[in-house]
Design a protein around this ligand. Structure first.
Ligand code: MN
Length: 307
């Protein structure tokens, strides 16, 4: 093969590695828990899930007046994982097995509900009293059939233990919640392969993130606007950007002439390709298992919170 052909082939291969954008999804606004507003790209009527992900909620950003903070009082979960990531404000968590924890800015709680928990997710007494800036995310990650009834598990990782990296040009930084990015590996363990990254790109910054072919991948724009995928399609604040499974890396750019930081969650996972039976806080594989979950909850088999 001549040098020219070799060069062309290399160029073509590189071009094919970058995923293109399959589509954009706008968030809906809805009330959750005790009545706090969330922005939600999915689920909604026209878009039930993005295998293996079941839900993404952005809480805020909003300024909460003293006495106005709301949370999600006692409720159950079975059959999946909830991942809570706070950017500002706080959240106190209490569950039926006596587990309690507090999340502050930058902290992550990865809760494997498995066979079932009853928990409350509430602002702290201090935040209730004083109010303040509230901003956070909750992602629901489905569990494969073999793991739906595993013992509940919590991984509570303070911001100081979330690996972070910054590019040599200083324009791109990342917090590695799950998976690997820019040479850093997450400390959180996942049941199936998951990538969960928080990228911050200054104007002129470009992130190129490896995402293996087998993963379903999307970006959620937290703040600003940017160019996504091999063809540089524009996505803005509150939009979900779905990538096509046509490459093994994802490109995100904040244009040099932008006047704000671009913040993006990049989330990817290997699809389970299993039937989903879903009702409210329970996500199983069959209707029978959903009925069983309700029955177990009503009979107190998922426990109750002693407060
Ligand atoms: Mn919950």
């Amino acid at each position: 093969m001549s040098m020219v052909k070799e060069a062309l082939r290399t160029e073509e291969t590189q071009t094919n590695e970058g995923r293109t954008v399959a589509g954009f999804v706008n968030s809906i606004e809805t009330l959750e828990g005790g009545g706090f507003l969330v922005r939600r790209p999915f689920p909604k009527a026209s878009f039930s899930d993005f295998d293996p992900f079941l839900l993404l909620d952005e809480m805020g950003p909003m300024d909460v007046a003293p006495g106005e903070a709301k949370g999600a009082p006692d409720h159950p979960h079975r059959g999946f994982e909830t991942v809570t990531y706070m950017l500002s404000g706080d959240m106190e968590h209490k569950d039926s097995s006596g587990h309690a924890g507090q999340l502050r800015s930058g902290d992550v709680q990865w809760m494997t509900a498995g066979s079932g928990v009853v928990h409350a997710e509430m602002p702290s007494a201090e935040f209730m009293r004083d109010g303040g800036r509230m901003h956070g995310f909750q992602l629901w990650v489905n569990l494969p059939q073999r793991d739906k009834m595993v013992k509940p598990r919590y991984q509570e990782i303070p911001s100081s233990r979330i690996p972070k990296a910054t590019s040599a040009d200083g324009l791109v930084s990342v917090s590695v919640i799950a998976g690997e990015a820019m040479g850093e590996k997450a400390v959180i363990e996942t049941r199936t392969p998951i990538i969960y990254l928080h990228y911050r790109l200054e104007p002129g910054g470009v992130a190129t993130q490896g995402v293996p072919h087998a993963f379903n991948a999307f970006a959620y724009v937290v703040d600003g606007a940017g160019l996504f995928g091999a063809e540089g399609e524009r996505g803005t604040d509150g939009q979900m950007v779905m990538f096509a499974p046509d490459g093994d890396e994802v490109r995100i750019e904040n244009p040099a002439d932008a006047n704000a930081t671009l913040e993006v969650l990049l989330i990817a996972g290997v699809p389970l390709n299993e039937p989903i039976a879903r009702y409210g806080p329970f996500v199983m594989n069959t209707e029978t298992e959903i009925h069983q979950a309700f029955d177990d909850y009503r009979r107190g088999r998922m426990g109750a919170i002693n407060s």
